[in-house]
Design a protein around this ligand. Sequence first.
Ligand SMILES: [Zn+2]
Length: 266
Amino acid sequence: MFEPIPIHAANPGPMTGAGNWTWLLRGRVPTLIDAGTGERQHLQALDEALERRALAKVLVTHAHTDHASGAPILSERMPRVRFRKMRWPERDSRWPVAWEPLADGDVIEAGETTLTAVHTPGHAPDHVCLWHADTRSLFCGDLAVAGSSVWIPVSLQGDLGAYLASLERVLALEPARMYPAHGPIIEDPPTLLRNYLRHRRQREEQVLDALGCGDRDPEAIVARIYDELRESLFPLARESVLANLLKLEREGRARQDEGRWTPVDP
Ligand SMILES: [Zn+2]
């Protein structure tokens, strides 16, 4: 039986919404997916769900704070726990535990079964999903959030082109269910992934159109393509537009010169 137990990280906030889900697989190799942020309620809920068993492993989907920063506290409380994630040395060193590397295709014992690591960069360079082939289930970290789109933070090595390739890769797996780090369980992943891809293609068209209309910087493009944007959301929208521009630049479809962007005619 494959029944991941949701354990809320109790870390609501502007960047995490209601807060993160971490996922526990009980059984022979008790394994937690994502570390949370060390909140007391999270640690208590984890203790209760473990029913006095010790945790064997923590698999971390990526080194953003809301997924990784709870590692040292977990390590203090359960010194034998092993921590694995894909390497991102500049970030991983913020949370001093003995990180063991995880690579694409690695098969990891977890609970009563095995999971396969699927490198899915874009939202973060080190982002991995964990695939349970028997049930076609995917622990998808921040690859997808039902009812919302995913932030591509270019200032933290986010990469829109890589993200779209990751969405295509996961779609090709034909997952039946996805367990995200934010929001509800995703029961129809292919529909959500196709909607994501369509939305991103539309956004890219809008950015190209804006360049064609003479907009030369992300601020002008944001003003054109987002109507009625709350001021507090402006930095996120700007970064999203910048992610599009950087993708277009990499593909030779736009260029920048001292912060001024122009389209490249095909
Ligand atoms: Zn993240």
